[in-house]
Each structure stands twice: as structure tokens, then as C-alpha cells.
Design a binder for this molecule. Structure first.
Ligand code: ADP
Ligand code: MG
Ligand code: ZN
Length: 643
């Protein structure tokens, strides 16, 4: 038996079980031995107890009967169990063919003597008889079956799932599952999205109403939006509202190292969903399988294409009354294969935007439900201070502040915790241990003051919200600016002033110290790529004109965006010179601002070195004291950081 285990184990090993020797193996052998002993014990119990009984010959039996000593004879097969009148028992064997009475008469027993003896025939059909007959054959079979069962269990335990490979790994949330149930109440804001999805909910609740009137309900709904805007949450909420099973799978889970698995998983997923219709199938991050086919980038992944094809086939195969709705989510709808988006497939698109101020307050309220808040907490102010935050950021903000409060052994989350957490969520934790030498501190202070001042003086740059020289995340210091409006479009003038502001730190360092540190390297990168995008993508350069030379970069290779260059070397040279011109002009502009306002620059830096952080109010006081009008503050905006 042991040889058998080893052999099978060897066969499965190379396929990919990560642990060459499973810790469960030892206990399995122990179990097997235990079971074996048990069966052996059972056998011993069932087997007839062999009492020592005297063996007599047929002729002796005949003599005894003639002498009238025998009370009864019991025949079972060949065996004779003899009971004598004095209570003793004996046994004997008879010939197989002949009957006992015949044989005895042949031995000279008189018929009248025979009649005085009870002769009974026992049928050999007892339970133990059958067990004894079958067990020798059945035992090995039972044991082998047992081992195979053990091995399959073990194989599954090791995460191999050799026997369930093509099955989808979808997780199902049943409508009865109250703990994981999400409804529209748990999703703040996103009013248009919810409105759009209510129709789907309505259909899943009452499909007959729609089918009777001949209405075709969309088969697919594609949720798009920036990461953390609540796409996954909203999909769950639709299932929760409709009270239908929710099959949840991520796009990347279709694809494994074995070819054909993805397609078979898709088939399996849809089959399961159809069986429990009405249901929702949710493919999260669908861009993992749904990218434009046939680009050849990324090794021409055949497997991905097959998987995508299978999804398309399954969606086409739905009968109009199938009652399975496919939802998918992505933050890259621009890279999806057009075939996915044509009518009859994902023809409904729901776009989720970053939440605005009132939505942010609502989201914060939802996530504050289970956290005891101190009386001073004002979520409205927190919402005002967090433009550009996604739902996920706000969730994390709430959580961070609860952690802060708990770490300081307070029972309630205070406003102070919330405000502190905003910057932590944006840029990572403060690095108090990141100690600067006095000279470095001075450089950092002038650098940040340079950014801030350029922003405050140039008309199209955003107002400054906060300046700090406390290191956070990877930044040595930072300047927060808050745009006047929460805007979707940006103009050329704004970009030009933004570039000048990014260069403010560089210019200040050069002006004050006559030297440049590595500090502004990221500023330069940001400014340059902005200038480049203005020239090649947005037609904001007069020399090149209104032509898009580069797209938003739909494909990636080795983790980097690749752009097809569709212009000549001479245009390329022209682009470079235009980018350089924009940068030079921005540099000159920043330099003028800082030279003209040298006194203010000094004042801000001195204050920064003293306090390390200047909030908007104090900053504006310094400006006013030096004759600069601060820009008017507005609440709806997107926070921006310049490090
Ligand atoms: P996505 O799938 O778009 O990347 P998720 O749906 O996973 O984002 O959202 C992450 C988390 O952020 C959610 O679990 C939820 O806690 C929070 N969240 C996002 N948007 C909202 C919202 N509109 N209302 C409430 N919570 C939200
Ligand atoms: Mg998601
Ligand atoms: Zn900087």
C-alpha cells in the first residue's frame, strides 16, 4: 500500500504543487494504517468463534444414533453439528452429494432410530457468511478507493485543483448573505450612475414586466471610472438591491499558465450563473482580458484572446429571457476591444466620477457610521479639504484617523485626527526622523517658498493652500494648491502658469544659493512632460499648430507606455525646440516673479524655517503685508501638490 501512495504522489508532484512534501502526507499514512487496523479488527469479530469441538466420523455418528444417544443433527452444507442427549456437542462431515439420511442408512442405522433424532438443515445465508465470502475481495478495492479519495482531497488542499482546473473561480454572494450585502444606501453620491442602474435592478426583480412588452434588456453594463470611485461597490449594490446571486470574478483570474483554461472558465462561469438565474455576473478589471486584440504587444497573448472571444460568444448566446446580466468594471475603457462595446454586449456604460464636495461629505458619513465621533467633528470641513479624493481615499482617511485615535488611547475620533489624516493619505506618513541640517532646511524652505510665491503672483495659477517643509513620503517638503473651481478642462494659460510654478523651486534655489540640488528633479520632470503634452497632444503650440502627434498612450510594453511615432525626424526636432521654448519662457517668468518679490520670498522662507508649516490663512497675511493680493478662496476644487 505504501508503494502505491508514493507512486501516485510522484506523478502529481511535477505538475506544480508548490510544497514538494505536503505536511498532510504523514498524517494520511497514519490514518490509513488506523483504518486498516480497524478493518482487520472487524474481521476478527465477525469471523466465527472456534470453540474446540470433538470431531467424529460418520460411522461413529451412525453408531451413536443407533445407540439412541443423539438428540439432534444440524446440517449446514457439508458440516454436521451434533448435539448428544447428555448435552455434549460434536461435529462431523458428510459427503457432499449424498443426503445424510441415506448415508446413515448405508451405515446400518435403522429408520426408526433415525426418526427419533431431530435433523434440521441450516441455510448458509447469515450476515457473517456473506461478509466472510466477500471481504477478501472487497477489502483491497475499498482500500484503493479510500486512498484515491484521500489523494484527491490532499491535492485540493495543496491548492493544485488538478481535477477542477477548468472551473471558474467565481465567488458567489448569495442574496441571503446579510453580512456581505451591499445596497444603494451604502453608496454615496453617484446619482446618475445609480439612476441608470435602477433599471437593471427593476428588470432583475421583475423580468416578466419587461419581457411581456417585448423590451430587450441590456446584456452588459460597463462601469468605468478612476480607481477607487466605487465601481466594485456599485456592482455589489445592484445585486444587493435586486436580491439575486452575484458572481464575482476578476479579469486576471481567467488566465492561467495553461492554454484553454480561460475559455473553459468563462463557459463554466456562465453555465453556473444561468442555472441560478436571474443573476449577475461581475467581471472586475475586465481590461486584463478585454484589451484590443491582435496588437501583438505583450507577446500576442493567444490565451487572452481566446478568453475574450469566449466571453463574447457567451454574451451572444444569451436568449432574450435568460435573465443573466453581465457587469464589468475597468478604469481603462479606452483600451477595451471595440467588439466588447458594440450593441448587444456592453452597450450600457456607466461612468463614475470623482465625488464632489457634497458627495465626499456623504461618503465620509457612511464610513463614519461604525466609528464613534467626538462632538467637534465637522465632516463638511473635511470634505472641503479633500478635493480630488476618491471614495477609497476617503474610506482610508476615516480608517487612518480611527487608528490615530486608538493609538493615542482615545475612545472617539476627533476632528484633529481627520485633518491630520488628509495629508497622510495623500502623501504617506510624515517623516519626522528625516532630519535636515540647518543649511538643507534653508534650501528646502526657499524651494517651497519659490513654488508658493510664483503660484500666488501669476494670474492663472491656483491659490496656495498650505506650505510645509516636513518630509512626507518621498517629498522633502510640499506646497498644496487648491484650484479656484473644480474643473474638467484646463486652458493653455493655466498650463503655462503651472509650468512656471513647478519651476519656482528650481529658480529660487539658483537665485538664493547660486547652486542647484537634486530636490527639483521631479519638478523638472513634471514640467517637461506637461510642456511636451501641450505641444504633441493638445495643439497648444503655435509653431506646430493644432495637430495631435501622440495619443493618450493606449498600449504598454514592459510596463511602459509605447507611442507609435507617426511623424518625421524634422517634426520631432521641431517638437523638441517647442518644448524647450515653453520651458525657457516659464523659467524666465518664474525668475521675474521671484526677483521682483525677493522680500516676500525671504519673509515666507524665514517663517517656514521657524514653524515648518504655514497654513493658508497665515500665508495670505504675509502676502498682504507685502502688498500682494491673495486669490479668492473657493471650495470646489482639486488639490494639487508640488513637492
Ligand atoms: P473601484 O472598484 O472603483 O476601484 P471600489 O468599489 O473597490 O473602487 O471602492 C473601494 C472602497 O471605497 C469601497 O469599498 C468603499 O469603502 C469606498 N467607496 C468608494 N466609493 C464610494 C461611495 N460612492 N460611497 C461609499 N463608499 C465608497
Ligand atoms: Mg474595483
Ligand atoms: Zn519642488
Amino acid at each position: 500500500m505504501k508503494i502505491e501512495i508514493k507512486k501516485v504522489k510522484k506523478e502529481i508532484d511535477p505538475v506544480g504543487s508548490k510544497q514538494p512534501k505536503s505536511p498532510k502526507m504523514g498524517s494520511n499514512i497514519r490514518n490509513a494504517i488506523l483504518i486498516f487496523l480497524l478493518i482487520a479488527g472487524l474481521y476478527a469479530v465477525i469471523a466465527p468463534q472456534q470453540k474446540p469441538v470433538a470431531d467424529v466420523s460418520i460411522s461413529d455418528l451412525a453408531k451413536s444414533i443407533s445407540a439412541g444417544e443423539v438428540k439432534s443433527v444440524e446440517i449446514s452444507g457439508q458440516d454436521l453439528a451434533i448435539t448428544l442427549k447428555d448435552g455434549k456437542t460434536e461435529k462431523a462431515k458428510k459427503e457432499t452429494e449424498a443426503s445424510l439420511s441415506e448415508t446413515l442408512m448405508n451405515y446400518g442405522v435403522k429408520p426408526e432410530m433415525l426418526a427419533g433424532t431431530e435433523i434440521s438443515i441450516k441455510n448458509e445465508s447469515g450476515f457473517s457468511y456473506w461478509m466472510l465470502a466477500i471481504l477478501p475481495f472487497a477489502l483491497p478495492i475499498i482500500l484503493i478507493a479510500f486512498f484515491i479519495w484521500m489523494l484527491t482531497r490532499q491535492v485540493k488542499g495543496a491548492g493544485m485543483q488538478a481535477f477542477t482546473f477548468g472551473q471558474s473561480k467565481a465567488r458567489m454572494t448569495a442574496p441571503e448573505d446579510k453580512t456581505n450585502r451591499v445596497t444603494f444606501k451604502d453608496v454615496a453620491g453617484s446619482k446618475e450612475a445609480k439612476e441608470e442602474l435602477k433599471e437593471i435592478v427593476e428588470f432583475l426583480r421583475n423580468p416578466k414586466k419587461f419581457l411581456d412588452i417585448g423590451a430587450q434588456i441590456p446584456k452588459g453594463v460597463l462601469l468605468t471610472g478612476a480607481p477607487g470611485t466605487g465601481k466594485t461597490l456599485l456592482a455589489r449594490a445592484v445585486a444587493g438591491e435586486a436580491g439575486v446571486p452575484f458572481f464575482h470574478l476578476s479579469g486576471s483570474e481567467f488566465v492561467e499558465m495553461f492554454v484553454g483554461v480561460g475559455a473553459s472558465r468563462v463557459r463554466d462561469l456562465f453555465q453556473t450563473a444561468k442555472r441560478s438565474a436571474p443573476a449577475i455576473v461581475f467581471v472586475d478589471e475586465i481590461d486584463a482580458v478585454g484589451r484590443i486584440r491582435g496588437t501583438g504587444v505583450g507577446g500576442g497573448n493567444d490565451e487572452r484572446e481566446q478568453t475574450l472571444n469566449q466571453i463574447l460568444v457567451e454574451m451572444d448566446g444569451f436568449e432574450p429571457n435568460e435573465k443573466v446580466i453581465v457587469m464589468a468594471a475597468t478604469n481603462r475603457s479606452d483600451v477595451l476591444d471595440p467588439a466588447l462595446l458594440r450593441p448587444g454586449r456592453f452597450d450600457r456604460r456607466v461612468v463614475l466620477d470623482l465625488p464632489d464636495r457634497s458627495d465626499r461629505e456623504e461618503i465620509l458619513t457612511i464610513h463614519a457610521r461604525k466609528k464613534p465621533l467626538a462632538e467637534d467633528v465637522n465632516l463638511k470641513i473635511v470634505a472641503e479639504r479633500t478635493p480630488g479624493f476618491s471614495g477609497a481615499d476617503l474610506y482610508s482617511l476615516m480608517n487612518e484617523s480611527a487608528i490615530l485615535a486608538a493609538r493615542e488611547d482615545r475612545k472617539k475620533v476627533a476632528q484633529f485626527d481627520l485633518i491630520r489624516s488628509i495629508e497622510k493619505v495623500m502623501m504617506g506618513p510624515e517623516r519626522k526622523s528625516h532630519l535636515l541640517t540647518p543649511h538643507e532646511k534653508q534650501i528646502t524652505a526657499y524651494h517651497e517658498a519659490g513654488h508658493a510665491l510664483v503660484a500666488s503672483v501669476l494670474p492663472h495659477a491656483d491659490p496656495v493652500h498650505k506650505i510645509s517643509i516636513v518630509a512626507r513620503g518621498r517629498a522633502g517638503g510640499y506646497t498644496l494648491k487648491l484650484p479656484i473651481e473644480e474643473r474638467k478642462l484646463q486652458s493653455k494659460k493655466e498650463f503655462l502658469d503651472d509650468i512656471a510654478m513647478s519651476l519656482g523651486g528650481y529658480v529660487a534655489e539658483e537665485m538664493i544659493f547660486g547652486d542647484i540640488t537634486t530636490g527639483p528633479s521631479n519638478d523638472l520632470q513634471v514640467a517637461t512632460s506637461l510642456a511636451r503634452a501641450m505641444v504633441t497632444r493638445w495643439g497648444m503650440s503655435d509653431a506646430i499648430g493644432p495637430i495631435a502627434l501622440e495619443s493618450d498612450g493606449g498600449r504598454t510594453m514592459f510596463g511602459q507606455g509605447v507611442n507609435d511615432r507617426e511623424y518625421s525626424e524634422s517634426v520631432s526636432a521641431k517638437i523638441d525646440s517647442e518644448v524647450k521654448r515653453i520651458m525657457d519662457e516659464a523659467f524666465a517668468k518664474a525668475r521675474t516673479v521671484l526677483t521682483d518679490n525677493r522680500k516676500v520670498l525671504d519673509a515666507i522662507s524665514v517663517r517656514l524655517i521657524e514653524t515648518e508649516t504655514i497654513e493658508q490663512e497665515e500665508y495670505e497675511k504675509i502676502l498682504v503685508a507685502n502688498g500682494i493680493m491673495p486669490k479668492k478662496k473657493q471650495e470646489k476644487a482639486k488639490l494639487d501638490i508640488v513637492a
